[in-house]
Design a protein around this ligand. Sequence first.
Ligand code: 6PG
Length: 230
Amino acid sequence: MSVHIFPAPDDLATATAAYIGGVINDAGRPVTLGLAGGGTPAATYQVLASLPVHWGRVTAWLGDERWVPHDHADSNTRMARQTLIDRVLCNFVAPDTAFGDPHEAATDYARALQNVFYGGRPDVVLLGIGDDGHTASLFPETDALASTDEAYLANWVAEKRSWRLTASVPLLWSARELIFLAQGPGKAEVLAEIIDNDKQYPAQQVAAGASQVRWMLDAAAAAKLRSIPH
Ligand code: 6PG
């Protein structure tokens, strides 16, 4: 595990975009890129879209999606398309949220992803983290956390009173690299509890089983860290 801290959100976005672009350009083969949803990654995607990257070898996918139409303001597909995909025109496999049943949509998406993962494993996956320690749509005390044999799941999130589609813990563990991206003082407490104290949050559970983990933080998010693992 490595922790990388940057002065301000713009520096974080620039550094994260440069790192992802380098992973893609150094791969020398088709690469899959798992995209995080929410608000934080948009700035990184906008920088990434401006870099000289071999997009022809990239297939992007989503680590999680809200159960809304793709043109909905809350849609991660919409955010990813607006900030990155429609600018770089790489392959993009998004979950179909027009299904009547989120479980069917999750199973269908898992099947589609298995056809694109190199060697059956995701390459690099970008993840966000909530102040409650969730990552992707693996929220505390939700059923999806217990799944051991599915790659992608429909997860009822009571606090949001909505379904989410999410990569499972085992799928994220199988990735060649996970990048956790977090910024702002609102994430400082949970990051210190996870990185310094290994507190059992979903993001900690995912990080603990992964083969390579990189934390990309701005100074505000890292403000409460005691130790900085390298
Ligand atoms: C989502 C996410 C989620 C997100 C965190 C952090 O669909 O919301 O994938 O896991 O990464 O909630 O969100 P912010 O970046 O908006 O703080």
